[in-house]
Design a protein around this ligand. Structure first.
Ligand code: DC
Length: 239
């Protein structure tokens, strides 16, 4: 079951990738799947968010200053720390920015900086380094993890869902996170905007990677999604 992958120096690493658009339930599914398989998970969206946070703090503009942001990406010191309960802490030069990277301002800036090819190149290197630091196996989630970051992953999943359902989920998540619930039409517009950016960029666009198992999460609970993924992994491991 071990994936010998050229993208990782650790020949024993076992990588599972989960890609899909915003609001499809990737993060929770990745965390639960990692727990089920006894692995750690890697949230690649958090790396773009952390970079956006670092850039905005330096007064950089997410589009105009893309070159400077790419150069910042090559040297910024990002660390992921996992607490006892399995939750992820994002540390930037030792400072805990876990909550600070979840604001709407950072969400928008992260989507914009992620368009720049040089930024993506630096972030892919950063994500591979973080995966290596997590140990011999990892569940990675994002937009290009099965197609670009770990094309030789042992298992790849692509999650999708009806846009209306994704918007409702995102609206509930925002209510939980910020205590206020924006109108559904506004959430749908924001999701459409991010979908367009994700699917149409030149480098690392959101696609179903070759060999990925597609799961439509529209009418499934997270537990059902994870059960399907575990079945795929176990079925293949039994052979
Ligand atoms: O999954 P998220 O919302 O935390 O991701 C934040 C942004 O980062 C999102 O707008 C798209 C971008 N992203 C990306 O381009 N590639 C990834 N592998 C992960 C996220």
């Amino acid at each position: 079951m071990t994936a010998k992958s050229s993208e990782s120096r650790n020949a024993e690493s076992f990588v599972v990738t989960i890609d899909g658009p915003a609001g499809v339930g990737k993060s929770t599914a990745a965390r639960l799947l990692a727990k089920e398989l006894g692995l750690l998970y890697l949230d690649t969206g958090a790396t773009y968010r952390a970079l956006a946070y670092a850039a905005l703090r330096r007064g950089m503009h997410p589009i105009v200053d893309a070159k400077a942001i790419a150069s910042l990406a090559k040297r910024f010191k990002l660390k992921f720390h996992y607490k006892q309960d399995g939750s992820l802490q994002v540390l930037l030069t030792g400072r805990d920015i876990t909550t600070a990277i979840r604001t709407e301002e950072i969400t928008e800036a992260a989507a914009q900086i992620a368009q720049h090819p040089d930024v993506r190149k630096a972030m892919v290197a950063c994500q591979r380094r973080l995966a290596e630091e997590q140990g011999p196996g990892v569940v990675v989630e994002g937009r290009d993890t099965g197609s670009v970051v770990f094309p030789h992953a042992a298992f790849k999943f692509f999650l999708d869902a009806d846009p209306a359902i994704r918007a409702e989920r995102r609206q509930r998540e925002m209510a939980r996170m910020y205590g206020t619930q924006p109108p559904l039409v506004q959430v749908r517009e924001q999701l459409n905007f991010r979908d367009r950016l994700d699917r149409h960029r030149r480098v690392g666009p959101l696609v179903k990677p070759d060999g990925a198992s597609l799961i439509d999460t529209s009418h499934l609970t997270t537990e059902e999604v994870v059960r399907q993924m575990v079945e795929v992994v176990r079925r293949s491991s039994a052979h």
